[in-house]
Design a protein around this ligand. Sequence first.
Ligand SMILES: [Ca+2]
Ligand SMILES: [Ca+2]
Ligand SMILES: [Ca+2]
Length: 445
Amino acid sequence: MFTPPDKQPEIVLDDREAKVLTEEPVEPAVEEELPEIQSNDIHTMPDKFLKSTDAPKTKGRISWVVLASVIFIVVGGVIVTLFLYFTREDEVLTIPDDISNLNINIDLPTSTPSDLDDVNDDTDLTEPESRDSKRLNDIYDLKSALAMYFAKYDEYPVNLNTLLRDYLTLIPENPTPGGDSYDYKVNQDQIDFELTFSLESGGPFGNLTLDASKYVLTPQGIRLYIDPDSLLPDDEVIADTTQIQMGLDSDEDGVSDIEENMYQTNSTLKDSDEDGYDDAIEILALFDPAIGDGAKLLDSSSVAIYQNPSYFYSLIYPASWTTTPLTVDNKEVVFISSTGEFFEVIIQDNPLGMSAYSWYLANNPGVDPNTLTTLLIDGLPAVKSPDGLRTYLGIGSSIYMLNYNVGASMQTNFYTSYRLFSEKLIFIDPSTIEVGDTGTTTTQE
Ligand SMILES: [Ca+2]
Ligand SMILES: [Ca+2]
Ligand SMILES: [Ca+2]
């Protein structure tokens, strides 16, 4: 870090100083140097240094001590300055890694960019079009910041201010007049959010062209805002869900007697293989509930894997059921039991890229959002209807609906199997699908 010329004088100085202190006679070689250096420096440091030097015997020695002190101080100062400079530079370089762990409130970054934004925007925010342009930019910034936050923490922040330190330099606000304040809400599990905003004239957002209206940004896109006042009373929802009963479950382990027969478990014992885990828990954790020792459910004959060759998802269904595609493009597939109950997967277009949660509420305006269950399926946000018999998963511009239709039975004899079917869906690499592969069932003949 330091150059040899800086160090060299220091070493020489120490030697010379030591010689002065021990009051040894000055060597001739050194004496010869003295006059020229003395004439340069002695005039700048006069009496002060002379007085502070103890017992100078000769003028030459006094000058020598002064000279040594001056050089020592100057060189020392340079070294200390260099040391402080490089130390400081190192600290600056390490700040980005550590700043998230420090509780430092820095006000400058939030004020400076906002001033710049204001300068840029104030000039052209007089027109509705330019205000909408700012709004769409704001929403895009928020969407990006929220996505980055989710990528790091696997959840969305409770409020937007949480984004300030690492993801945004300021929280944008609706430019007035016109529009509505940006309203951010996150669901209880913090895996879904809604950010409401309004446009006065409209504008482009990604591939979309939005008209003048009120919108909701969700994790997967934008949808039209639904006025809560248009929702129906909760009573109608409850009436709809109370008609379907759970099928007979003698040991009340969550697996119906009919299902217990299918999984070859004991319908009078919650933990059939006595390994400490109840039958339903084992099934949903993909263990064989009939055999202990960590046997895998997928190795049993009770379930099979279905792979959709068009939409590249894979799921688990009862092996004894019949699989039938309802459309040639495999957009709709049903899995039918001997009781007439069936599961189905229906893929619906979702051009606005709504989240499953938003999509469900938009299509079921009578449902109280608090009665919905949110969950992750293959890492993607999903939602279950209040009765638990419909599961919605949003991916890209599609919504995957996984339904449990009880048919005429009006009973759910396969509820644990439905949870297995819907909650364990995974998306697969298209290249791994082998048509006609034994052990898997595809829709190909
Ligand atoms: Ca049972
Ligand atoms: Ca059981
Ligand atoms: Ca068990």
